[in-house]
Design a protein. Structure first.
Length: 459
């Protein structure tokens, strides 16, 4: 009995010691979990679940409350028994080593990192997978410490391009730098997809003279970039430089597999860049060694005068004739003197020759023209400036005529005279009538005398 009792005691002690020295589960629990594309903010759906873009590297951050020797992440889609890259992934951290436990390629081992109890996996799923809800499980030393659903979606490379038709002007025979920011002309790229974007802008010519302001290398999801163009010029004669620009945009952090490359393709756009070495507002026309700068169109009020200038460069002598159509050429100045066309002009490629024309818009409501006929190198060249002439002013209204005051006065005086004459005549008639009546009355009152007979009685 004593031997049996001793044996049981020794067994109990051995079991107790074995429970101390045999490793057990770490007991680690998760403090936080985060999932996002490298360098991006986390994407979540309307239910608050993490979104993962297929074919793009993602960072899984697992923060534990204590260290673990083995940390495992498993993702699976559905209840398949045949696992492949379309429905199942598993990644491991084990004793300082990082690995893709299933396929060996869907992890960036040199970018994975452990800092204390924070384990950062740089992993991803292939571009061609089952899109939708996947189940994710995190285990520490074999024990499940976290589980959730993750929505895996197809990568969308979406970019909206807003590029100006770049028109930049530089002064002839003056070296310098022109900047599209001065004209508020820029390239704007808006990321409308679900992947961060890289981009590059190339030019068909003069790349060594073009600089882009700004240093945005990545266009984040939902973000944008704006770039301006600077162009360096030498002391050049008037000319037009036409350059074609191209913007190429693609998804960043793509997993390098054939299916991913096929599904996640880049997009692009083109834009024009035109450099004018000449005077702002003038059209530059080049032909057979002759360069002329003219204004294509001006506007004038009817009867107004204005000065036009043309600028010429070339190599030799040109015969210049200038005439007006529905407008009058008042004066032509070349080298400070008035000239009558046609007249010779000496041209050089080292400087500009300018001619000043003073015109008068003497025909209303027309499109008049100033026509330049230039004979150069044995060839005739015709150019013109349209002059939009306004309408003639309306005629001034004729004021209503006032009655003639002299005539009115004469009328009034005449009327007064007639009235006076009438009154006087009426008074005279009345006076005559009274006088006549008075005489008649007196006659009736006077006694009548008896006439004596002639030769009366003699006694």
């Amino acid at each position: 009995m004593r031997t049996l009792s001793t044996s049981l005691s020794l067994a109990l002690i051995a079991f107790t010691l074995s429970s101390i020295f045999i490793p057990s589960g770490s007991g680690a629990s998760i403090q936080s979990f985060d999932l996002h594309m490298v360098g991006e903010a986390a994407l979540k759906d309307s239910e608050g679940r993490y979104r993962m873009v297929a074919g793009i590297w993602h960072q899984f951050d697992i923060y534990l409350d204590t260290s673990a020797d083995v940390v495992e992440i498993e993702m699976r889609y559905g209840d398949f028994t045949d696992w492949d890259t379309t429905n199942h992934y598993r990644w491991l951290y084990s004793a300082g080593n990082w690995s893709d436990a299933e396929y060996g390629i869907y992890i960036e081992q040199d970018k994975c990192d452990r800092t204390g109890t924070l384990y950062s996996f740089i992993v991803g799923v292939d571009g061609k997978v089952n899109y939708g809800l996947w189940n994710l499980t995190v285990r520490a030393d074999g024990e499940e410490i976290y589980a959730s659903e993750i929505y895996v979606e197809k990568a969308v490379v979406g970019a909206d391009f807003h590029s100006a038709d770049f028109l930049l002007w530089a002064v002839p025979f003056t070296a310098g730098t022109i900047d599209s920011a001065d004209k508020m002309q820029y390239i704007r790229i808006v990321n409308g997809g679900n992947t961060p974007l890289y981009y590059n802008i190339t030019f068909s010519a003069f790349s060594d003279r073009i600089n882009l302001t700004g240093d945005d290398e990545v266009i984040h999801v939902g973000g944008e970039t704006v770039r301006y163009i600077r162009f360096g010029t030498d002391s050049w004669s008037p000319r037009v430089i036409k350059i074609k620009g191209r913007i190429n945009v693609g998804a960043m952090y793509r997993i390098p597999t054939a299916s991913t490359a096929t599904l996640i393709t880049g997009v692009g756009s083109t834009f024009p860049l035109t450099i004018y070495i000449g005077h702002s507002g003038y059209e530059i026309l080049e032909k057979d060694g002759l360069t002329i700068q003219i204004k294509r169109r001006i506007s004038l009020d009817y009867g107004a005068e204005s000065e036009l200038k043309i600028f010429l460069t070339g190599n030799g002598t040109a015969m210049v004739n200038i005439r007006g159509e529905n407008c009058t050429i008042e004066e032509i100045i070349y080298r400070g003197e008035k000239r009558n066309p046609p007249f010779p002009v000496v041209l050089s490629e080292e400087f500009e020759t300018n001619i000043t024309i003073r015109i008068r818009a003497d025909t209303p409501d027309v499109i008049a023209k100033v026509i330049y006929l230039i004979e150069y190198g044995g060839k005739d060249n015709i150019y013109s400036t349209d002059v939009e002439v306004g309408p003639a002013p309306p005629p001034e209204p004729v004021p209503p005529q006032e009655p003639d005051k002299t005539l009115a006065a004469a009328f009034i005086i005449g009327a007064a005279a007639l009235a006076t004459a009438y009154i006087m005549l009426t008074h005279k008639k009345a006076a005559d009538e009274v006088k006549r009546k008075g005489i008649e009355d007196a006659s009736e009152k006077r006694p009548r005398r008896t006439k004596k007979k002639r030769g009366g009685d003699k006694r």
